[in-house]
Design a protein around this ligand. Structure first.
Ligand SMILES: [Zn+2]
Length: 170
């Protein structure tokens, strides 16, 4: 097994003319990359959430990453991590995206599809390849999925993705 395992609020700063386009800041993506690369030095995946409010911020919950004797990896956010995520939100903030790393290719595994954490209309899920190293090549090197109509749809890099989610230039 090759596993590893709401739309924007009105007036939020992530809007830039498109109805609900998410603009990922360089700071958030760079923080995510550094965290994933650090976990990658142990051969482990990492996962984090992106919240939007007055600003866009990365939230890294406590998590349990596993690696078996065959090199299969996964990461889970158990009760204590879910508490971290809940406590990180202040008034008018919402989670808009999940971002996590894979050891190899970036794709949504069955476990990723089943993860309920961001499964609401307009939710975004980003998978970073190569233990986070892929982010050095930017969002285009990552897999991006949009939750719509009750399931996850992949947004291939290009104009379709750019209408929903883009990365700010450094
Ligand atoms: Zn995954």
């Amino acid at each position: 097994m090759r596993n590893h395992h709401t739309s924007q609020q009105p007036g939020s700063p992530q809007q830039d003319g498109f109805a609900s386009r998410l603009v990922l800041t360089f700071g958030v993506l760079d923080e995510a990359r550094k965290f994933f690369e650090d976990r990658g030095t142990f051969g482990l995946e990492g996962t984090a959430m992106i919240k939007a409010g007055a600003s866009l911020d990365l939230v890294i919950p406590r998590q349990r990453a596993h690696r078996d004797a065959y090199g299969h990896v996964n990461v889970e956010v158990a009760r204590e991590g879910q508490m971290d995520l809940a406590l990180a939100l202040v008034t008018d903030e919402i989670y808009v995206a999940r971002i996590h790393s894979h050891p190899g290719d970036a794709f949504h595994s069955a476990a990723d599809d089943a993860n309920p954490v961001i499964s609401f209309e307009g939710g975004i899920s980003i998978v970073v390849p190569f233990f986070g190293l892929g982010l050095r090549r930017g969002l285009d090197a990552c897999a991006v999925y949009l939750f719509t109509g009750g399931s996850w749809a992949e947004l291939p890099a290009g104009p379709q993705r750019d209408r929903c989610v883009v990365a700010e230039k450094p």
